[in-house]
Structure formats: C-alpha cells, structure tokens
Design a protein around this ligand. Structure first.
Ligand code: FAD
Length: 499
C-alpha cells in the first residue's frame, strides 16, 4: 500500500512555470505563461496530500473532484484526469488559465497553510491543453427528446447551460450578438492570457454535442424573449447576456475624444483587428495612457495598450494595492511589463486639449477611511491635494452594468440595478425562462458563470420533466452500454446486468 503523504514528505517547493520574458512579450500578443511540462506536472501532483475531506473542492464553484484528478495525473493517466475534470467543468483549458484560483480552490489548500499551495490551476490547464492537443472529448450517447431550448449569450454561463441541455437530448440554439461566440472569453480577455485557439477548441466541443450557434443575433432587437417562447417554439430559454455595459466616470470631460471604455478597447483589439498592423483600425493609440481602475479588466486594458505601442501606461486607482480587485498574478505581470501604478488617486475632471481631444486629468489624492458596504476601506479625498496628470488616452475600467436591451424589450422582472431577478433555482419571472451568470449576479468570474449555467440547466430539466443526466458521462462507455440509449447511471447499471 502506498505510504500516506504528509506535509513533510511531499516536495516542499512549488513547481515554477516558464513565462515569456517581459521585455519581449510587450511587443507581441502571444501567451505569457507556458504550460507545465510533464516533469513539473508530476512534481506538483506529488505535492497534493489527497485529503479525504478536501477543502479545495469546496472552494471550487463547480466542485471539481480535485484530489481525484490530481491522483490521475500522478498515475500519468491524463485522460482519466480529463474525465474527472469534465464531469463538472466543460472548459478546463479556459478555467486553468483564468480562474482566480488563489481565492477559490488554492485559497483553502491545506498544503498552503505551511508551504505554497498546490498549483491546482496550472495542473488543470496541463490536462486541458493535452486534451485539446489529443482531440479528446466526452461525447455521450444522446437520445433526442424533442425539446427545443434557446440560449441567449454565448459566454461561459450560456455555454455551460447549453452543454448540459444538449447532453440531456434537447435541440439547443445559442444566439450571440457578436460575430463570434465566447462572451468575455473572446471579446474581453486578450490572447496573451487566453488564446483564441483555446476558446475555439472548447467551443468545438459544444458543436460536437450538437449545439448550434447563431451569431450576429441581438435578442431584444431581432426578436424578444417572449417571442422565443410564443412564436419560435422554444420550450425553455436561458439568458446569459453578461454585464458588458460600461460605466463612465461621470466627471466633466467624460465624453471627449480619447476617452474610451476598457470594454471597447478590448473588443476592438480582440475581435476587430485593432492589434493587426496591416489593418486600418479606428482605435486611437495613445503615447501616454491612463487607465482608471485596478480590476482584471484594467490590467488587461493596460497590458494591451503597452503592446499596441504606448510609451507609458499608468494605472490610476482610488484605493491601494491591497484593495485592488485584480488577480495578484495580473498585477504582478502588469508591473513586470512596466505599468506604473498610482494608488490612492482619483480623477475628478478630464482635461480638453482645445481640439476636442484629451490632454490629461485633474486628480485628487485619497486616503483610506472606514470600510464601506464592500468591506473595503472607503477612499476619502485629501483636502487641497488636487493635481494635473498628463495623458493623451484615457481608458475607463471602473466596472460594468447589465446590458439594458433584454430588460427594455421584455416583461422580465429586474432588480433596482437592472439585473434579471431569479428565484434560488435561477427561474426568471416568465414561465420557462431562466437566467444566470453576470446578468443575474453582476460582474463575477468565469467559473461562477459556468456554475450558474449548470444550475439553471438542472432547473430547466426539472421544468421540462427530464431526468438529470448531467452527473457523469465517461468516455469509456462500452458499445453495449451505448446500445441501451440511456443515461450513465443506468448505463453503469446496465453494465452490471450485462456482466
Ligand atoms: P459574458 O461572458 O459577458 O457573455 C455574455 C454574452 O452575451 C456576450 O457574448 C454578449 O455579446 C452576449 N449578449 C449580450 N446581450 C445579448 C443579446 N441581447 N442578444 C444576444 N447576445 C447577447 N473572470 C475570471 O474568472 N478570470 C479572469 O481572469 C477574468 N478576466 C476578465 C477580464 C475582462 C476584460 C472582463 C470584462 C471580465 C473578466 N472576468 C474574469 C469576468 C468573467 O469573464 C465574467 O464573469 C464571465 O465571462 C461572465 O460570463 P457570462 O456568461 O455571464 O457573460
């Protein structure tokens, strides 16, 4: 029997991962962080204590069986590891790259109490990338059930819901406003953090489940949610339209040329070839850029501006580094790329260059006061601290709101902030309509949106009277089991009977 691992017997050092040199990477959009090699993955897998009551699983919004997939890596059974992850998570190559593991699965890791926590995210990416290279998918036998399900929005929430409904046998169509699917994964997160090929590969899995994508389709303008149910024969609809409507500062000069939202900058760069030097794009390229905000969106916007050729990129944030919402790794990468941080600084006016453009901002120095509703200490202006900050492009990344179109064009109940109201099962106020992800919670994370998509799928299946088949679809289902045309729980039972 294998000896039980203890904190003393496991490798003490966390495996390091190779990264592109900051001096080189500011000149390209290629991925910054490389994948673990096999040796590093095995080293890191060996650091997992395989806790019988794993707190890391509780930290994962979709409850991946983390010790089990890591144990499979240790056995060099990478396919087995992939099967374990995809029991609950459709997109391991995405989540392994962008999940805030430090506050989710790795945060409570027992190893982390004494040493650096196990690099769960990097191990998940290792498996997800091998799966893409090898072309692995877990396509179950699907028996069509005659139900037609419409999904509005192709972000992580919509994709997760679509996958589960397709596996249950529904005919699933995803409507997407943009010309390409993926939601924020595509339009927001730049290639150097999440390459398009990874998104394409993961979307390919949905297509092989039979999910159809209809892009360039703005629901609420071409047809309404009510019409989907009453005229288009959808038996159930899921809304996962995200929270992509940008906020601006609300200060004088907000509408000058040279002020743009981070979402606009990133969308133009990621989806509209603004980073492609052979294309004449309308994206202004600043020489001295100021980005307002310190979340993941701000970090992405700053690092994109750097790569687009800005000589100086400055982060302006009214609190301190401790309160910055971005992932620690993102702030670190931004610093390595020469971004300058100005903590405790708030703009109060955008200054006109006399030709309708921007010449800078008037700012105030701040200090931290008592905690506010978010639990973070509130920034308070320092009297008499006003100063001017020079910039020729100002990018606003201070948060986003619900896109209003669905709310304006349907009778769905919204909350005070314009997000869709649902019950605890993610049912919205119209019968047969469900919602989840950022359009319900406000801006959150990829994995939380996926968790919501899956939860809504469970409710939709209950509503349609379908058995919940999302449990386990193993690639090793035998032809005999497939012959039964039934879900996996029964398939396993069938195998026992057949044995
Ligand atoms: P979205 O991903 O926003 O997808 C919604 C989709 O619906 C979009 O494609 C939109 O075009 C479409 N849509 C909207 N309205 C309509 C309509 N009327 N008709 C048809 N389609 C419509 N989270 C992390 O976990 N890690 C990160 O590193 C991270 N980085 C981020 C970086 C940026 C720049 C941004 C903006 C967010 C980041 N997030 C990150 C947050 C995360 O991406 C979101 O929480 C998540 O994508 C929400 O998923 P969703 O499916 O609810 O919505």
């Amino acid at each position: 029997m294998a000896k039980k691992k203890t904190i003393r017997t496991i490798p003490q050092e966390r495996a390091t991962v190779r990264e592109q040199d900051p001096r080189e990477r500011i000149g390209n959009f290629a991925e910054v962080t490389y994948r673990f090699g096999v040796k590093d993955a095995l080293h890191e897998a060996d650091r997992c204590l395989l806790c019988p009551d794993p707190v890391c699983v509780a930290g994962c919004p979709v409850s991946i069986d983390i010790p089990r997939f890591i144990a499979k890596i240790s056995e060099k059974d990478y396919r087995g590891a992939y099967d374990v992850i995809t029991d609950t998570n459709l997109l391991p190559a995405v989540c392994g790259r962008v999940c805030p593991q430090e506050s989710q699965c790795e945060g409570p890791c027992v190893v982390g109490e004494t040493l650096a926590p196990v690099a769960i995210g990097r191990l998940e990416r290792f498996v997800g990338d091998i799966a893409i290279e090898e072309g692995w998918t877990n396509i179950p036998y699907i028996e069509p059930n005659g139900y037609k399900v419409g999904i509005v929005g192709s972000g992580p929430a919509g994709m997760a819901c679509a996958a589960d409904m397709a596996k249950a046998g529904c005919d699933v169509i995803i409507y997407e406003a943009f010309h390409l699917p993926g939601g924020v994964l595509r339009y927001g997160i730049p290639d150097f953090r999440l390459p398009n090929e990874v998104i394409d590969a993961e979307i390919g899995k949905l297509k092989s489940l039979g999910v159809k994508f209809e892009c360039n389709t703005l629901v609420g303008r071409l047809f309404t949610i009510e019409q989907m149910i009453t005229e288009m024969d959808f038996d159930a609809v899921f809304i996962g339209t995200g929270a992509g409507y940008p906020s601006f500062l609300g200060v004088p000069g907000d509408s000058l040329n040279g002020v743009l939202s981070a979402n606009e900058l990133l969308t133009r760069c990621n989806m509209m070839r603004a980073k492609d030097r052979d294309y004449d794009t309308p994206l202004p390229h600043g020489a001295r850029v100021a980005v307002i905000g310190a979340g993941n969106t701000a970090m992405d916007a700053m690092r994109v501006c750097r790569r687009l050729g800005a000589q100086e990129v400055h982060c302006i944030y009214r609190r301190t580094r401790t309160e910055a919402p971005a992932r620690v790794e993102e702030v670190h990468h931004a610093e390595e790329e020469g971004i300058e941080f100005h903590w405790l600084t708030a703009p109060i006016e955008i200054l006109d260059d006399g030709k309708g453009g921007v010449r800078g901002m008037r700012c105030l120095r701040m200090e931290l006061g008592e905690p506010d509703n978010s639990g973070r200490r509130r920034p308070v202006p320092v009297p008499g601290s006003e100063f001017e900050f020079e910039a020729d492009l100002i990018v606003v990344a201070i948060g986003t709101n619900a896109n209003p179109i669905i709310g304006q064009t349907s009778k769905l109940k919204l909350n005070k902030r314009g997000y869709i109201e649902t019950d605890e099962n993610l049912a919205a106020s119209l019968i047969g309509v469900y919602a989840g992800g950022d359009i319900v919670t406000g801006a959150a994370t990829v994995i939380e949106a996926m968790g919501a998509g899956r939860k809504a799928a469970r409710s939709m299946k209950a509503y349609l009277g379908l058995r919940d088949t999302d449990a386990v679809y193993r690639s090793d289902a035998t032809p005999l089991a497939k012959l039964f045309g039934i879900d996996v729980a029964e398939r396993n039972f069938a195998r026992v009977r057949a044995a």
